[in-house]
Design a protein around this ligand. Structure first.
Ligand SMILES: Cc1ncc(COP(=O)(O)O)c(C=O)c1O
Length: 432
């Protein structure tokens, strides 16, 4: 189901949720909006904490209603409905319930599967992409979005064409190539440079489309259509988190949640989830976790990006001097801006803290996370200390450490059989 039809279905179908699996299949991705409407309808006491609704998420993965089998349809069917785990070590050390939405369990290994699918489905609904046509999806990305797009393009009969900085880690480039994406490496450049990877991707998509319109020779691309996925500005990004991630969290935790803490790359996750949850949980504290070199911390705390030079993206890379990948940025993207007013606070996390946290989690919980998740966990523990024992704090386990072996985990250093002696307090109090 497309984003647009999902919204439409959400308006008319909430009361039909109990009518059986056939109906459930039809309204599959409308559940988020359904819950939203239902709660607002029932919660008129103005506190935002009306009687909690019992939420049953629709399941789009049941192939047959008659034989009781539970089958996911294709890789698309594996996206979303990720579990929430309690991180035992951090919970014990803080006296809070520290939870993580385990987005690394999506089939492409991150939450980016959700937005890649949403962007492609929206383009299909608009007639810009035609399944099994070898139409092309262009994106500029050094990270997980390229991998998610490459996976979905294979599944739906498109070609993914990914532009990335030529210093991107080899494991990511190889993964993209093995998924069959065309990979084009360009030198790192500022966002104002026309050769910057995002700009290069946009220009190539536009070139194909103009070629497509004008061309009357026998060129291979003659009948191809192309889109620029545009994850930073595309509204389908935050909308996917509003339609799915947010409702899932509410269905899993209800009114028990006190704080949601996460980093922002495009900002789609923090905006979409906050826009869904805040009207339902007005006392929810939304906190940005921000790595070094990012201007977002100052934007949230003081209303300005770190400085004008950075805001305008004149730095060579969008982020500098950090081992953290996927979060932190120095320009205001549409996907961050649409949820910015809902963010209550920000926590700055140093690389040293993130490296120590990654070690702490693997040694105590067997949880092997990527760099942005380590940042998120430092910030979640910081918020737990601020709020005091007895609170429930949710963060996001974005991706696995396997994507970060050659850079971040190399810097963590060897992990022996023994526990390192660094306590959580020592990690939270240390500075670079
Ligand atoms: C590994 C990882 N974590 C977190 C994020 C941040 O998510 P969002 O773009 O929704 O802000 C990204 C975004 O690229 C990412 O790649």
């Amino acid at each position: 189901m497309t984003i647009n039809s999902s919204r439409a279905a959400g308006v008319v179908l909430p009361v039909a949720i109990g009518f059986g699996i056939g109906v459930l299949l039809t309204i599959t991705t409308s559940y988020g909006y359904s819950i939203y409407k239902q709660h607002h309808h029932d919660d008129d006491n103005g506190t935002g904490h009306g009687k909690r609704q019992k939420i049953t998420l629709a399941d789009n993965t049941v192939a047959s209603s008659s034989d009781g089998r539970d089958i996911r349809i294709g890789v698309e069917g594996l996206i979303g409905r990720t579990p929430i785990m309690k991180i035992k070590s951090l919970s014990q050390a803080t006296g809070c319930e520290i939870l993580a939405k385990v987005e690394m369990m999506n089939p492409g290994g991150s939450a980016k599967d959700r937005i890649a699918l949403a962007i492609v489905e929206q383009a299909e609904a608009e007639g810009l992409l035609r399944p099994n046509s070898n139409d092309i999806v262009f994106e500029g990305t050094s990270g997980s979005t390229g991998i998610s797009l490459a996976m979905i393009c294979r599944a739906k009969g498109y070609r993914a064409h990914i532009f990335l900085p030529d210093d991107t880690s080899t494991e990511k480039i190889e993964l993209l190539e093995k998924l069959g994406a065309v990979v084009e490496k360009v030198p790192p450049a500022s966002i104002v440079d026309k050769n910057q990877y995002t700009n290069a991707a946009r220009a190539r998509a536009e070139q194909i489309m103009s070629h497509h319109e004008d061309n009357d020779d026998d060129d291979d691309d003659k009948n191809k259509q192309a889109i620029f996925a545009d994850q930073f500005e595309n509204e389908a990004n935050w909308q996917a988190h509003f339609d799915h991630t947010g409702p899932e969290i509410y269905a899993q935790l209800g009114d028990s949640l006190h704080a949601f803490v996460t980093g922002a790359g495009t900002g789609g996750t923090i905006s979409g989830v906050s826009r869904f949850l805040k009207p339902l949980l007005p006392n929810l504290k939304v906190v940005l976790a921000d790595p070094p070199g990012s201007g977002l911390f100052n934007k949230v705390k003081y209303g300005v990006m770190f400085d004008l030079r950075e805001r305008e993206g004149t730095r060579r890379r969008h982020q500098v001097d950090t081992l953290i990948e996927g979060i932190g940025i120095n320009r205001l993207t549409n996907n961050f801006d649409v949820g910015r007013s809902l963010i209550d606070d920000a926590v700055r996390v140093t690389d040293k803290q993130s490296l120590a946290m990654a070690r702490y989690l693997v040694e105590r919980d067997g949880l092997f996370v990527g760099s942005s998740t380590a940042v998120n966990c430092v910030a979640a523990a910081t918020v737990a200390k601020q709020l005091g024992p007895g609170h429930t704090i949710l963060t996001v386990a974005c991706d696995s450490g396997a994507r970060h072996l050659s850079k971040f985990w190399k810097a963590v250093g060897p992990i022996g059989g023994e526990l390192s002696h660094e306590s959580l307090d020592q990690i939270l109090n240390q500075r670079d």
